[in-house]
Design a protein around this ligand. Structure first.
Ligand code: HEM
Ligand SMILES: *[C@@H]1O[C@H](CO)[C@@H](O)[C@H](O)[C@H]1NC(C)=O
Ligand SMILES: *[C@@H]1O[C@H](CO)[C@@H](O)[C@H](O)[C@H]1NC(C)=O
Length: 327
């Protein structure tokens, strides 16, 4: 009898704990929009595919956008909010985002198409997650193709000061990088695996001139010479050109990044730092050697990153326009 009571009590406790867990963070679900907007993921994929045909660099921008959104206030589309009189300095204007972050118009186009088909249903945070998944699919030549759970809500807090606090800068060393990922419940493997996104897209010269002469660095001398020729000395960066991050396959999301690291053909201290600790160095070596393993890990890590600090129906909303909060 006593044990029956004990079982009943522990069942009730378990149920309560489960229910509380669900209330604390919304449970994302693959196919969340199946009933409310069955075409949602196709609509986003169509818009993204068309945009990337014109300019594959936008796909790099969107994958980076997912990172910059999720590390600051969680995956809640806070990075998309434009300045307003009430909030003149949103995330978008933070140094890590402005003027380098790109792809906003693609998100706008996808959201506009969604609003025509099913108004008020699909969150901007989910649009970013879908668009990043689709960008990875197209830029990997269809090799990286993962299901992404959805059901996110959009936030209303967006502060420039948060970007510097939570987004690691390119001059971070290994332990600083590990710490900034750990602060978001992401581990060292996630750090190494997701940094592989630096196999696509560009960087402004200002992001790595700290590693050009007269400063010392571990950059491969041949790459250093090339970078010096492409980055004219202009101390205040009135003219700040961009260079490809991966000079071998600049528009292909692949494991070339890890081969580049091993040849010291990478732009940032944060890239080079991945071989300064034994564990990360081993992972760099494995990713360089086994592209299929890295592709699977990249997909898994993107899903994990896309679930950081989610808003709920209670503290979030489904924005009508991704650039402004609803009134
Ligand atoms: C580990 C710490 C990281 C640091 C310090 C870092 C830093 C940077 C910097 C400085 C740039 C160049 C910005 C510019 O000057 O235009 C860049 C570009 C980029 N980053 Fe990262 N990043 C990190 C992690 C990530 C992660 C986790 C992702 C995505 C999963 C990512 C995706 C990208 C992409 C795709 C670009 C190219 C963007 C474009 O072409 O528009 N990065 N990153
Ligand atoms: C990384 O940078 C931090 C902060 O500047 C410093 O305390 C630490 O010693 C550095 N670690 C290494 C391995 O250089
Ligand atoms: C920045 O440098 C350019 C020349 O490279 C110069 O014309 C301009 O006045 C400088 N601006 C500031 C704010 O120092």
């Amino acid at each position: 009898m006593a044990s029956r009571v004990a079982i009943l009590v522990s069942c009730a406790l378990l149920l309560a704990a489960t229910w509380q867990g669900a209330a604390a963070a919304p449970r994302l679900r693959v196919g969340y929009y199946q009933k409310k907007c069955p075409a949602a993921e196709y609509i986003v994929k169509g818009v993204v595919g068309k945009a990337l045909q014109q300019n594959p660099g936008l796909g790099a921008g969107i994958i980076r956008m997912a990172f910059h959104d999720c590390f600051v206030q969680g995956c809640d589309a806070s990075v998309l909010l434009d300045p307003t009189a009430a909030n003149p300095r949103p995330e978008k204007l933070g140094a890590p985002n402005f003027p380098s972050l790109r792809g906003f118009e693609v998100i706008d186009d996808a959201k506009a198409a969604l609003e025509r088909f099913c108004p008020g249903v699909v969150s901007c945070a989910d649009v970013i997650a879908f668009a990043a998944r689709d960008s990875a699919y197209f830029l990997s030549n269809y090799r990286i193709n993962y299901k992404i759970p959805s059901g996110r809500f959009d936030g209303s807090i967006s502060l420039e000061s948060d970007t510097l606090a939570f987004l690691p800068p390119p001059f971070f060393n290994h332990s600083q990088l590990v710490d900034s990922f750990k602060a978001k419940n992401m581990n060292e493997d996630d750090l190494v695996v997701l940094s592989g996104a630096h196999s696509i897209g560009v960087s402004h010269c200002s992001s790595f001139t700290d590693r050009l002469p007269p400063n010392p660095s571990t950059i491969n001398p041949a790459l250093s010479a090339l970078l010096q020729s492409k980055c004219p000395v202009s101390p205040n960066f009135t003219n700040d050109p961009t260079v490809d991050q991966d000079m071998v396959t600049p528009n292909l999301l692949d494991n070339q990044y890890y081969k580049n690291i091993r040849k010291r053909n990478v732009l940032f201290t944060s890239d080079a730092a991945l071989v300064t600790s034994p564990l990360s160095a081993r992972k760099v070596y494995q990713n360089a050697l086994f592209p299929e393993v890295w592709e699977k890990k990249f997909a898994r890590a993107m899903v994990k990153m896309s679930a950081i600090e989610l808003k709920t129906a209670a503290n979030g909303e489904i924005r009508k326009n991704c650039r402004v909060v609803n009134n």
